[in-house]
Design a protein around this ligand. Structure first.
Ligand SMILES: NC(=O)c1ccc[n+]([C@@H]2O[C@H](COP(=O)([O-])OP(=O)(O)OC[C@H]3O[C@@H](n4cnc5c(N)ncnc54)[C@H](O)[C@@H]3O)[C@@H](O)[C@H]2O)c1
Length: 470
């Protein structure tokens, strides 16, 4: 071999070694120690849907797909929402469709068009010209196929949580919503719970100073429920998927406080999980195959850092007897809010020009709880929570009223041609945690880049806000 060939070989070997050092074994690119996830090019001719408005609808004609535990309740709730016609209902199981027809009749509503019998029956509902909004409450596998089909046929969609669990599906929903200029909302009801609504309002008023860290979680022992799901889909999902399977109850509300894609963006994520200790036992107890292959760890913990240097901690645990909690903590430079296990607020009084509570009345206690906290929260009501809506929401119910407030706001915005409170980029940002956390876990807790689903427009809107009719 000549000297020059040897030099070329050495250089080539060096370059190959260098390139492979910048890829994980399974092909992800690594930059500055962070695993990079692809941001696909926006299809030509397509624009973002930030602040999307569509013509106001006098009446919103709603079609429901999935009438199990969640969907059947949603149908009943919608009979109380002003300006709604329930025009179509669909489930694989015909008896569930019949049960919802009975509920409609019981509330004095006309029968809806029925679509049932197969996992593809939703296609007929999506083609139904009497439907404006498709409300999706199926198991997780069917959320995205139904949503894409509905948007393909020009319908707006609202999808239960988590609306998608893969990056590919998050991008598919973003692309379809942009292509057809349609609303695609994630039904994250926890954004509408009373404590979260007030805390968001306090954050918007600056009472916490700058919120620099937040925590959210889904800690819910599902032992009593595994067998209630259609064909046990939820246990199967947990068996087959690693990563935080249900991140959005904890994450959505705090992303609103942190103005995600409204001035800040999610940047880097790291995640670790425990081994699956209890999961395999559930499979064994039901005579399932290969319980040892159970992928979802009993406890998964994810941390995310934002472009502006804030952090969020999210936890998922549906396998241990820990008491129910969505955590919901806001840590600000001047104040703090926590929802679980008991509601608490505390402020650095002197920094806030007397806008915080008069602690002198609280016998030295610097943390508000109980009655003093309720009174303070009452003085910082969310602008969307009118006293009339609060009364109706508590009467109709749905997790104490938050489900109804969410439904009411969705229909209110559609009827008034306003942008929705929650857009398709929120959906993608909140849901992508499932696959990103799995990628991090699969690589020993390595940092993973969170894609910018707005493709460069995350800083265009200045802060989270609600839209109202003039
Ligand atoms: N936001 C919340 O607080 C909350 C609470 C509970 C459930 N959920 C979500 O609601 C969704 C449904 O959960 P659930 O508890 O009602 O489950 P479920 O198993 O009781 O109901 C699912 C229903 O979907 C139907 N279905 C499945 N594939 C379908 C298809 N292709 N076409 C039509 N129907 C189909 C099934 O027949 C079943 O009736 C899930 O996404 C879940 O995560 C959210």
């Amino acid at each position: 071999m000549s000297k020059s060939s040897a030099v070329i070989l050495v250089v080539l070997a060096f370059l190959i070694a260098r390139c492979s050092a910048h890829r994980t074994d399974d092909g992800f690119k690594i930059k500055d120690g962070v695993i990079i996830t692809k941001v696909p090019e926006r299809p030509v001719g397509q624009k973002d849907v930030l602040g999307l408005t569509v013509p106001a609808m006098d009446t919103v004609r709603v079609g429901f797909v999935g009438l199990g535990m969640r969907g059947s309740d949603a149908v009943v709730r919608y009979t109380y929402v002003p300006g709604v016609k329930i025009t179509a209902i669909c489930d694989v199981e015909p008896d569930r469709v019949k049960a919802s027809q009975k509920d409609l009749a019981g509330r004095g509503f006309p029968a809806a068009a029925e679509y049932a019998g197969t996992v593809e029956s939703y296609r007929q509902l999506c083609e139904d010209p009497n439907v404006d909004l498709v409300y999706i409450c199926t198991d997780w596998e069917h959320h995205v196929p139904v949503a894409l089909c509905a948007m393909e046929h020009g319908k707006h969609v609202a999808i239960e949580v988590p609306s998608a669990y893969s990056l590919e599906d998050c991008w598919a929903l973003v692309n379809m919503a942009e292509k057809n200029r349609l609303h695609c909302m994630i039904l994250e009801n926890c954004c509408y719970d009373f404590f979260e609504l007030s805390a968001l309002q306090m954050a918007r008023e600056g009472l916490f100073g700058e919120v620099i860290h937040a925590e959210g979680s889904y800690l819910h022992n599902l032992d009593p429920y595994w067998d209630e799901y259609w064909h046990s889909w939820r246990l199967t999902f947990n068996k087959e998927h690693r990563g935080d399977a249900y991140p959005t109850h904890g994450f959505g509300p705090v992303c609103q406080v942190l103005n995600i894609h409204r001035g800040d963006r999610l940047k880097t994520l790291v995640a670790l999980d425990t081994k699956a200790f209890n999961g395999p036992k559930h499979v064994s107890a039901r005579g399932g195959e290969n319980p040892e292959d159970f992928k979802n760890g009993d406890v998964s913990t994810t941390m995310i850092r934002t472009e502006k240097g804030k952090t969020v901690l999210i936890e998922h645990d549906v396998m241990t007897p820990r008491p129910y909690s969505r955590m919901y903590q806001l840590v600000g430079t001047e104040g703090y809010a926590a929802k679980y296990p008991v509601n608490q607020l505390c402020f650095r009084n002197e920094a806030l020009d007397g806008r915080t509570p008069d602690y002198s009345k609280l016998e030295g206690e610097k943390t508000l709880s109980g009655e003093a906290l309720s009174e303070f929260m009452e003085n910082h009501r969310s602008p969307i929570l009118t006293p009339e809506l609060e009364v109706l929401a508590k009467e109709v119910g749905g997790h104490g009223g938050m489900d109804f407030i969410m439904d009411y706001r969705l229909i209110y915005c559609l009827r008034n041609g306003l942008p929705l409170d929650i857009d398709v980029y929120d959906l993608a940002e909140w849901c992508c945690v499932s696959e990103l956390s799995a990628i991090s876990m699969e690589h020993g807790g390595a940092p993973v880049e969170v894609p910018d689903f707005t493709r460069g427009a995350w800083n265009r809107i200045d802060g989270f806000s609600y839209a109202f009719a003039e």
